[in-house]
Design a binder for this molecule. Structure first.
Ligand code: ADP
Ligand code: MG
Length: 293
């Protein structure tokens, strides 16, 4: 009778995993979580499937995930195919009129519907949008020392369309492309976009998936993970250039979301299978949690 006992132990372990999630499920039921999706977790097929399964599961157990996606590598690839050389300043793309047209075509015409279809393959019900739909996000040219062309910053958020979709049981999947006051198109950094919509959507959490473990004290040392970062400490790390390039908009997005009323923000490693589930439904804290001072 050894076989059945082994099965019982296995069953207990499985049940324990489900039961551990109970307080988290109760806490988050009905709450909105904005997930910024990008990096390797979006490009590699196997990882991508696991992330989308997590999102579908979260939706099925009563959370309201809202996905904001990037797509930098796909934009760069299309630019090269069209004979244009991608150019970056401080991790931000130099975006002339032709480039913003390419960014819109790639993000809204390819990346977004591909993600929507991939969510359907996992049993979810998603709908694809850009910031232009329902005038959800309005933008203007990003101010700053360097002229990056059609790189936008958010001026206004109208959350009613997304709220309506959530109420109807859809998973909104949003490309960070928006219109400016004269109808011109802007490409907005997806981290910033996610950080700015989280508050108006009434999200309790913002989760940014990336290709590193989180914010590192020393970016060349993966062991130097900062598990908890206050807003003040984050600003100091940016000023001291300990946080650079693509990590700057992520940390700023967390600060923007906190200012907008979001309780907690997490920067986590999307290369880790089921990072999202672990962060939201277990007591295992992975990555960097950014909190108010
Ligand atoms: P994503 O595609 O997820 O937006 P990015 O490349 O834009 O990723 O941003 C993440 C990058 O930020 C990391 O790969 C790393 O090179 C860089 N970075 C700069 N400073 C830090 C830091 N202090 N901790 C972690 N990563 C950092
Ligand atoms: Mg980035």
């Amino acid at each position: 009778m050894n076989e059945p006992r082994a099965d019982l132990d296995n069953l207990r372990q499985r049940a324990a995993v489900l039961i551990e999630a109970l307080p988290y499920l109760r806490h988050f039921r009905g709450q909105t979580v904005v997930v910024k999706y990008g990096g390797a977790a979006m490009i590699e097929d196997a990882l991508r499937t696991e992330v989308l399964k997590d999102i579908v599961l979260l939706d099925h157990v009563g959370l309201h995930p809202v996905v904001v996606h990037g797509g930098g590598p796909e934009i760069s690839e299309m630019m090269r195919r069209l004979g244009k050389q991608p150019e970056f300043v401080d991790g931000q793309r130099v975006t002339d009129a032709a480039t913003v047209e390419i960014a819109q075509m790639v993000l809204v015409g390819k990346t977004n519907p591909d993600l929507v279809a991939a969510i359907h393959q996992q049993g979810g019900r998603a709908i694809g949008l850009s910031g232009k739909d329902g005038a959800m996000v309005l933008a203007r040219k990003q101010s700053g020392e360097k002229d990056l062309g059609f790189v936008g910053e958010v001026t206004e958020v109208n959350p009613s369309l997304v709220r309506g979709l959530l109420a109807e049981g859809f998973i909104p999947v949003i490309a960070p492309i928006t219109a400016g006051p004269a109808g011109e198109t802007y490409n907005i950094n997806a981290d910033h976009f996610a950080g700015r919509i989280a508050g108006p959507l009434g999200a309790s959490k913002l989760v940014l998936l990336t290709d590193v473990r989180g914010v590192l004290r020393d970016k060349s040392d993966p062991e130097s993970l900062v598990s908890e970062l206050t807003a003040g400490a984050a600003k100091q790390m940016i000023a001291a250039k300990q946080i650079e390039s693509g990590m700057i908009p992520k940390v700023q997005a967390c600060l923007e979301a906190l200012e907008g009323g979001v309780e907690r923000c997490h920067i986590i490693d999307g290369r880790l299978p089921h990072a999202l589930l672990m962060e939201l439904l277990t007591d295992v804290g992975i990555g960097t949690m950014v909190v108010r001072d």
